[in-house]
Design a protein around this ligand. Structure first.
Ligand SMILES: Cc1ncc(COP(=O)(O)O)c(C=O)c1O
Length: 341
């Protein structure tokens, strides 16, 4: 019998009853991917010498399935996750798969877990899907594996940060990715360096960290799992350029909504923390998990700067539009919503 999932109780954490759900798995061996299958959620057996455990050859994605207001199960731009997964794979010498294989696996898994999709009117609860691909060959020397496991699991989730949708961030001169490294890929190796700063940030009363550029340690790159935007005094909306940051699908969607629906001047350029704390009227971060979350304060060089001169108006406006499109409350002018059932 389907378990009742109370949206109000959900946070962004692994569902305690994940073992009752289905997962997808497909193996790459002898130079090809097998057909893949939906199976019961289970633990994975790996050799202690598996590439992923020693050298971190792995990539992942994050995407969501929702119930829309029209009663459909929908996803948001899944083809973009397929495209980014492929790019991440290429960067880490992981064998590619067709976008069709990725998308079919995701859709089949959503259908298999339909009872685990929470219902919410405001988009804060959903079924989060986590596609992962890891090198599983047992080896000792550093090289790309010859065997891989592509799997997807899901979890009903609530808000990433908190239910209020406002966070305090601290800018730290720590770089999560280098210019010719893996910052623009969703590679597992980009995340371990964020563990200590995030732990320290939380101990200091902040929710997350703003990472800075590796050349000057002064320009904002992104937060731990979200892209950064600042509305400046002159009305322009600034976001750091692509290159070393993750090309967020929410980032690109927010840029298009701001430009094409609200005629806001959006500029992708270097943005120093100093400029933000002096001239920004409003800041927010964007991501599949974070959706659009306002930033009330930024810690920088021992001081905490309040950034809310605009009462979060732009973030709220963009949030309502994005969620309105995602939940089919409004027209979908960009054809972003994929109906699953
Ligand atoms: C480092 C990082 N930046 C940005 C994002 C936002 O990307 P998206 O909007 O595609 O979820 C994420 C989340 O996946 C992330 O991990």
């Amino acid at each position: 019998m389907a378990r009742h999932i109370d949206c109000n109780q959900l946070t962004f954490s692994l569902y305690p009853f994940a073992h009752e759900m289905k997962m997808y798995e497909s193996y790459y061996r002898d130079g090809q991917w097998d057909g893949g299958a939906i199976v019961n959620f289970h633990e994975i057996r790996l050799s202690p010498a598996a590439n992923i455990l020693n050298y971190g050859q792995g990539i992942f994605e994050g995407m969501k399935a929702y119930y829309s207001q029209k009663g459909h199960v929908v996803m948001f731009r899944p083809e973009e996750n397929a495209r980014r997964f492929e790019k991440s794979a290429e960067k880490l010498a992981i064998p590619g798969m067709t976008a069709n294989k990725f998308e079919k696996a995701v859709v089949d898994l959503v259908k298999a877990n339909i009872d685990f999709i929470p219902k919410s009117d405001d988009g804060r609860c959903s079924l989060y899907l986590r596609p992962v691909c890891i090198g599983i060959e047992a080896l000792l020397g550093v090289r790309a594996a010859k065997e891989y496991l592509f799997y997807i699991f899901g979890s009903p989730v609530g808000p990433y940060f908190d239910k209020v949708g406002i966070v305090k961030l601290i800018a730290k001169d720590i770089n999560r990715a280098s210019p010719h490294g893996t910052g623009d890929a969703k590679a597992v190796c980009n995340y371990p360096v964020t563990m200590r700063p995030k732990k320290e940030a939380i101990a200091q009363g902040f929710n997350d960290v703003i990472y800075l550029d590796p050349h000057h340690n002064k320009y904002i790159e992104e937060a731990g799992a979200a892209n950064f935007f600042a509305l400046m005094d002159d009305g322009s909306l600034i976001t750091p350029p692509l290159g070393t940051i993750l090309p967020g699908i929410t980032r690109e969607s927010v840029i298009r909504i701001a430009r094409e629906i609200y005629q806001i001047k959006v500029i992708e350029r270097d943005l120093s923390v100093e400029e933000v704390v002096q001239k920004a009227k409003e800041c927010f971060v964007t991501g599949t998990a974070a959706i659009i979350t306002s930033v009330s304060d930024i810690g920088w060089k021992g001081k905490t700067h309040n950034i809310n001169k605009n009462e979060y108006q732009l973030a709220n406006q963009l949030y309502d539009k994005l969620i309105g499109i995602q939940l089919q409350k409004e027209n979908d002018p960009f054809n972003w919503v994929r109906i699953i059932s």
